[in-house]
Design a protein around this ligand. Structure first.
Ligand code: ZN
Length: 180
């Protein structure tokens, strides 16, 4: 490319570029005032609508206020509900066996712990003692200090507790807890 060609190219670029810039500026200059007017108009219209005073009867504030509180109430109730959790077999912690109300807890490994007998009638924790229920057989007596209710199991204490545990595990397996 000769230096003359180069000069011509530069001139063409300047002329064409200048024309495009001038056209854009001109068009923008013609369009901008209308555009600006439209933006300002829209904003002031929205502002006027939003800021317009309306007369609302006072009683209407009550439902509006209550409605606004709903999400907060829902959140609080939701939290409260989520703590007792959905019912699982681990919520099965009370049942009646052998005329006695039994309550218990579960260890991490699902073992039943704190298996305690309560009076079927007055809910007092029962007093337990082993005694002969026949000439050769020792059994466990459950005695209520309050109402005098007595229940007897034909097993020594350790076996009686094991017997009750087996019933609990059976009821867990049979999903009896679902009805509790
Ligand atoms: Zn009692």
């Amino acid at each position: 490319m000769s230096s003359k060609d180069s000069t011509v190219t530069k001139i063409v670029i300047v002329v064409v570029g200048g024309s495009i810039l001038a056209s854009v500026t001109y068009v923008a200059g013609r369009i901008w005032p209308a555009f600006e007017q439209w933006i300002v108009g829209s904003i002031s219209t929205i502002a006027a609508v939003v800021a317009a005073p309306v007369s609302v009867p006072l009683w209407l504030f009550l439902p509006i206020f209550a409605f606004a509180l709903l999400p907060i109430v829902g959140f609080v109730l939701g939290r409260r509900k989520s703590f007792p959790r959905t019912t699982t077999w681990r919520d099965f912690k009370e049942a009646e066996y052998f005329g006695v109300v039994w309550r218990w807890l579960y260890e991490r490994d699902d073992t039943i712990i704190h298996l305690i007998p309560y009076c079927l009638h007055c809910n007092l924790q029962l007093n337990t003692s082993e005694r002969y229920i026949s000439q050769y057989q020792r059994g466990t007596e459950f005695h209520c200090d309050d109402c005098g209710q007595v229940a007897t199991m034909p097993d020594e204490k350790v076996e009686a507790w094991k017997k009750v545990s087996r019933r609990i595990y059976r009821d867990i397996a049979n999903e009896v807890w679902k009805g509790k």
